[in-house]
Design a protein around this ligand. Structure first.
Ligand SMILES: [Zn+2]
Length: 56
């Protein structure tokens, strides 16, 4: 799983006018899945199901 930072840099993600992370392919805001066992959050596109990890 790639990081959100890498996704932003590579053009797979972008930030909308509300500073939310969006999937560039689907133009959908990513959902957040908190996993208590991990130090990062998983950000998931509701359309294509692609996931990125969001590091603190
Ligand atoms: Zn998507």
């Amino acid at each position: 799983m790639e990081s959100t930072r890498k996704g932003l840099r590579g053009g797979d993600l972008y930030k909308d006018t509300y500073e939310r992370l969006n999937c560039a392919e689907c133009e959908k805001a990513l959902a957040t899945e908190n996993s208590p066992d991990e130090v990062f959050n998983v950000r998931k596109c509701p359309d294509c199901g692609r996931e990125w990890k969001e590091l603190p």
